[in-house]
Design a protein. Structure first.
Length: 453
């Protein structure tokens, strides 16, 4: 049993003062008692730590390698994608494990307690399966055993190169499976996850409407009862292709042809019309937003004002992992709304500041997306917690919502000093407990990949 005490804690019903929190040995919160005298480890501010609900771990090793304009004057998501395909053809299972451990370490140091890994790199270069079909899933599990982060693994079904069912291209063949082989891969992934802690979860991810047949989409939804994630309406070319092939825009087609409910997490959704936004929000599905990556790739701007106004749930993820920063994801999400609408404090409500709305969204939303029992600081849930630096100058004199506003808009993730993931105290004084070894292994991997692009 561990006892924490904090001057200010954000609970599900709002801010509380002088809070005693008891962490049980099973990784859950045993009790939460406001107005208690100081006891145990003392902190100024404790917050629930959200999940990073969308990550492609291997892309972290590409950060900084795709910022030169290529021969195509219309450099875009699609030209970046070709560079990504070339890069991944160089990756070995050992590389993927080292990169994933480093990514997870950075997530923890940024304040995330869980990693939801949208995992589609399954096979050898050239597309032949490994002797163990789930070799790459096992590597993500091994990285998690090193970093200690909570993991929800989402093996991805990727069948085709487009809505016309064309074969996968040279850069995509490492992703490809038919539904029958995908079912076997999912079974292997479950075995790989079995030794990990109880907060580990397995879900499924049909990659996108472009890459999965309609009949396979329904089959994947039946394969496993866990979370179901999918890219949706990210790029205009994708919207146009789906509409031409299937007779409706992606969001409308999905709403008309699938039982979309809170189990679903739809990633990006930056190309929605107002009616689509309201209709999708009403299903209870999570909008999985990745504002840093969406900015980097020119995806577009998610309609956060209309979505939250319709009661829509959302969380955030680091996606391409070009930069892993919880505070910056939230800040970028809000600033995109201001730039589009020429407004300020666009997401704030009469009783909650912008920072509060931004932060509280990913707490229940991020918990819903990975599946394990987390999502706040009530007794009984998993103790996913973060402590902010009580000595940070930007937090001096701040109370309540202004703490979150100062962290997100005036500060950065250096304010994150302690992080617990289901009882595992993994970040202490701002550093992951295995930072040295994880970073050294990652650096050796980067040296081997130096000429990959």
């Amino acid at each position: 049993m561990t006892i924490l005490w904090a001057e200010q804690v954000l609970l599900p019903d709002g801010w509380a003062r002088d809070v005693r929190i008891v962490l049980a040995a099973d990784g859950r919160i045993a009790s939460v008692t406001p107005d208690s005298p100081p006891e145990g480890a003392r902190h100024r501010v404790l917050l629930p730590a959200p999940a990073n609900l969308h990550s492609h771990a291997f892309q972290r090793a590409m950060a900084g390698l795709t910022e030169s304009r290529g021969p195509d004057p219309g450099d875009s998501f699609w030209t970046w994608r070709q560079l990504m395909f070339r890069f991944l053809d160089r990756l070995s299972p050992e590389d993927v494990q080292a990169i994933a451990a480093f990514v997870q370490m950075e997530m923890l140091e940024a304040g995330y307690a869980c990693n939801v890994e949208f995992h589609y790199l399954h096979h050898r270069p050239g597309g032949a399966p490994y002797d163990d079909l789930s070799e790459m899933s096992a590597r993500i599990a091994a990285a998690t055993a090193t970093s200690g982060i909570g993991l929800t693994l989402l093996p991805v079904l990727y069948q085709f190169g487009g809505c016309d069912r064309r074969p996968l291209g040279a850069g995509q063949v490492r992703f490809g499976n038919d539904p029958a082989r995908f079912a076997r891969l999912l079974e292997g992934a479950a075995r790989a996850l079995a030794p990990l802690p109880a907060d580990t979860a397995l879900g499924t991810a049909p990659h996108s409407l472009r890459a999965v047949a309609p009949e396979a989409l329904a089959e994947v939804a039946r394969l496993h009862p866990g979370p179901l994630h999918m890219h949706l309406a990210e790029q205009q070319a994708e919207v146009d292709e789906v509409q031409a092939a299937w007779g409706a825009r992606p969001v409308r087609w999905l709403l008309d042809n699938a039982q979309v409910d809170p189990r679903w997490c739809l990633i990006h959704c930056t190309r929605m019309q107002p009616e689509e936004t309201r209709a999708l929000a009403a299903t209870g599905a999570i909008a999985g937003l990745c504002p840093i990556t969406e900015s980097s790739l020119g995806d577009g701007i998610f309609d956060g004002v209309r979505w939250t106004g319709a009661g829509g749930a959302f969380g955030v993820g680091s996606d391409s992992n070009i930069r892993i920063s919880l505070s910056e994801e939230l800040r970028t999400l809000d600033y995109s709304q201001r730039l589009r609408d020429h407004s300020r404090a666009a997401l704030a409500t009469p009783d909650k500041s912008t920072g509060r709305v931004l932060f509280e969204g990913p707490v229940p939303g991020g918990a819903q997306a990975p599946g394990p029992e987390s999502g706040g600081i009530p007794a009984g849930l998993r103790d996913h917690l973060l402590a902010l630096d009580g000595t940070a100058v930007d937090l001096a004199g701040r109370q309540g919502d202004r703490i979150l506003d100062a962290w997100i808009f005036a500060g950065d993730d250096r304010m994150v000093r302690e992080v617990w993931s289901a009882g595992r105290h993994l970040v202490r004084d701002g550093r992951h407990i295995a930072r040295g070894a994880i970073t050294a292994d990652y650096a050796r991997t980067l040296e081997r990949l130096a000429d990959a692009l």
